[in-house]
Every structure is written in C-alpha cells, then in structure tokens.
Write a protein that binds this ligand. Sequence first.
Ligand code: ZN
Length: 130
Amino acid sequence: MARTLSYISGTQLLSLKRRPNIAIVDVRDDERSYDGHIAGSLHFSSETFLDKIPNLVQQVQGKDTLVFHCALSQVRGPKCARRLAEHLAETTQDAGIKNIMVLERGFNGWESAGRPVCRCTDNPCKAEIV
Ligand SMILES: [Zn+2]
C-alpha cells in the first residue's frame, strides 16, 4: 500500500482510463450536479467522505488504482485520498487497492483542457470510461 500520494496528469489519466482496474473518485460536493463530471467516475462527496469509506471500498472491488479529484485537486481531493490511505493502513482487510492518486488540477483543469465531460445524473455514472 503506497503511503505517499502520487499525482497524475489529465493526459496520463486519459491513456490509463481504458484499463479496467482504475476507478475515478470525484469528491466535489454540489458542483458535480451542475458542472458535469468525468465519465465513469464515482461520486463520494468530501463532506460525508469518512462515513462512506466502507461503501467506497466495496464499490471499487477489483480495482487496484484509485484516482481522486475535486474541483482543483488542492484541498478536498488530496485530503480524501489521504483519509482513504489511512483507513486502509488501519484495517487488516486487504482491499486490493495498490495505488491512490490525485488528478492534477482537478475537474476544472480537466474541463478547461477540453477533455470529455459527462452530464448524466446517475450515481455511479454508468457511462463508459472513455
Ligand atoms: Zn455520467
């Protein structure tokens, strides 16, 4: 289990996304409902993140790489990523998560670079990870 957070750029994420072992975790709060989201991403609001960690671990079964982001990936994204890492360090159960990463520049950077944004209202988003 990696203890330090690593960052991934939008370009790197786009090339990795086709692999089935990646989950993208959006920890923005209300913004997700009006700004859209990265296709295929899960939504775990930072406000309730701690309580929902067991849900998250269950939903990402079979994935070994989690990529966190918020709007800018400066506060909420890294904070939630660290909380998950701490949770995994404390539990004896092996969740199979090997890499916890943070998307550089967050959703805003993703969108402003012209990368695809999904505007469905499903949670989790059922769109294919493009
Ligand atoms: Zn969607």
